[in-house]
Design a protein around this ligand. Structure first.
Ligand code: IPE
Ligand code: IPE
Ligand code: MG
Length: 237
């Protein structure tokens, strides 16, 4: 029996889980495979976990797929990641039957035109889905996002006195979404790497040595169990 059958009694799902999908390269290295093979395996895990989140009734899942810093990688690795993104987008029909609503966050402008078109098609095609809200962060950086928000706010002509925290939130890619309450990073690294730095102000964090391609629903279940034992005080007592 799925652990989640018991959930209404004992367990609470976070509203919004954010995952830093890290460790693809090390997974491939351990197997003497090229890094690109690690990204292929990571993409499979991503689909599996997204479907699982949809199945258990999660409202929001935001995954970190490519950061503003990842352009520093060798050209062929960046290319292999972009090609995987293309494949995923061409295959997006598959997700439609799952009733998953897809949105891409990040500065999409520098992406290739065909990718941008496929992204638009995927977002438009899934916009009426009522299941999981899946955000895929591509060319995403938290500092870039905040810088962009500041530009938008200044351009809007709002006076300084009228700017609130909500004004900033409303100008981020995640406008109108709840902040992530649970951030998961596999692969043994203990940092945010510029992910959702404004939105994660009060998130709970969960780290694991498992490399992303090896990440299974059972790891997510364990993470959610741990989340249920956290005492969230938000500065109160
Ligand atoms: C995450 O895996 C995927 C991206 C950043 C695109 P990595 O490629 O960072 O894997 P490691 O950290 O080198 O193992
Ligand atoms: C963060 O992983 C970005 C993604 C998973 C897309 P990185 O592997 O790029 O992060 P660092 O370089 O270890 O901080
Ligand atoms: Mg990494």
């Amino acid at each position: 029996m799925s652990l989640f059958k018991k959930e209404t009694v004992a367990r609470k799902l976070p509203r919004h889980i954010a995952i830093i999908m890290d460790g693809n390269g090390r997974w491939a290295k351990k197997r003497s495979m090229p890094r690109s093979a690690g990204h292929v395996a990571g993409a499979k895990t991503f689909k599996n976990i997204a479907r699982y989140c949809n199945k258990i009734g999660l409202e929001y899942l935001t995954v970190y797929a490519f950061s503003t810093e990842n352009w520093k990688r060798p050209k062929d690795e960046v290319e292999s990641i972009m090609n995987l993104l293309r494949d995923y987008l061409k295959d997006a029909e598959n997700f439609k039957s799952d009733n998953i609503r897809v949105k891409f966050i990040g500065n999409l402008e520098p992406l290739a035109d065909d990718i941008k078109e496929l992204i638009k098609k995927d977002e438009d095609g899934s916009k009426d889905a009522t299941g999981l809200n899946l955000n895929i962060a591509i060319n995403y950086g938290g500092r870039d996002e905040i810088t962009n928000a500041v530009k938008q706010i200044v351009k809007s002509g709002i006076s300084a006195e009228d700017i609130t925290e909500q004004t900033i939130s409303d100008n981020l890619f995640t406008a109108n979404m709840p902040d992530p309450d649970f951030i998961i990073r596999p692969s043994g690294e203990y940092r945010l790497s510029n992910y959702l730095i404004w939105q994660s102000a009060y998130a709970e964090y969960w780290f694991s040595d498992v490399l992303w391609p090896d990440f299974k629903p059972k790891h997510l279940e364990k993470a959610i169990d741990d989340f249920n034992h956290r005492n969230r005080r938000f500065g109160g007592v």
